[in-house]
Design a protein around this ligand. Structure first.
Ligand code: DGL
Length: 269
């Protein structure tokens, strides 16, 4: 059985790359809904419909477990999918919780009551839809008290990355960090709450300054998936990955190859 990894576009490759390294025998199917990216400017209902369709495509490709390697889909659609759509023999997991567990010094699945943690001032950088959902603050409130979160919606960054325009992406990152700092001058930590943003991690770190700890999801999600698979040990396979896109396979393959610095060949979904 393969594990499905879904993103609106290429950002989920940052998660896929980390989980492939951590779990070299597991088979993956990566699906990029490039025809409909970016999701971050869409309504919650629209994101729900697109995420359900993409997840069904991964079920049809033989995946019983699907990771939404997209914060926007995790924030706007995951809870509703789990409550009313996911069939009993399938699992769909998001990328928010592992990050919040790491930030709040918790082990995987520790559901004890919220408590004080070391971090007090946290900057969240995410897409407009993720910020509007307030899902991050909701999940954080289940686990920690006394943490002040300032969220910055980073319009335009995902489009620039999908277009391969890193000069524009960097300029936008600088301006979003400036806007955040006007609201919270001294964050102790910053969350890159979009799987595209690790591709711009250096730009975020430089604009924020070296004293700010930048949390990004890829390794945290890889660790928690490894933990999950150890408890569900029927996943070892050939270690192969299939790449599917709803967009133009040639264009998406060329961007993906540029991002991961190795040949990636997408096929039509
Ligand atoms: N990588 C998605 C995320 O983590 C990008 C969202 C988008 O398509 O705008 O939120």
């Amino acid at each position: 059985m393969a594990v499905g990894i879904f993103d609106s576009g290429l950002g989920g490759l940052t998660v896929l790359d980390a989980v492939q390294q951590r779990l070299p025998d597991v088979e993956f199917v990566y699906l990029a809904d490039s025809a409909n990216a970016p999701y971050g400017v869409r309504t919650a209902d629209n994101i729900y419909d697109l995420t359900v369709a993409a997840t069904q495509r991964l079920f049809d490709a033989g995946c019983d477990l699907v990771i939404l390697a997209c914060n926007t889909a995790s924030a706007a659609a995951l809870r509703r999918m789990q409550e009313s759509w996911v069939p009993q023999d399938k699992r769909v997991l998001g990328v928010f919780v592992p990050l919040i567990e790491a930030m709040t010094e918790r082990q995987w699945g520790d559901n004890s009551p919220p408590r004080e943690v070391a971090l007090k001032h946290v900057a969240l950088f995410a897409t407009p839809a993720t910020v509007a959902s307030r899902a991050f603050q909701r999940e954080l409130a289940f686990r920690a008290i006394g943490v002040d979160v300032e969220a910055q919606a980073c319009g335009g960054v995902v489009d620039a990355i999908e277009d391969g325009d890193f000069i524009l992406a960097e300029a936008l990152v600088r301006s979003h960090v400036d806007a955040l700092k006007r609201k919270m001058p001294e964050p102790e930590a910053a969350i890159l709450g979009c799987t595209h943003y690790p591709l711009m991690q250096e730009a975020f770190q430089t604009a924020l300054g070296k004293d700010v700890s930048v949390f990004s999801q890829a390794n945290l999600v890889a660790d928690s998936l490894a933990d999950y698979l150890e408890r569900h040990p029927n996943m070892a396979g050939t270690g192969e990955t299939a790449y599917l896109t709803t967009g133009d396979p040639a264009r998406v393959s060329s961007r993906a190859t540029q991002f991961l610095r190795r040949q990636i060949d997408f096929a039509a979904a």
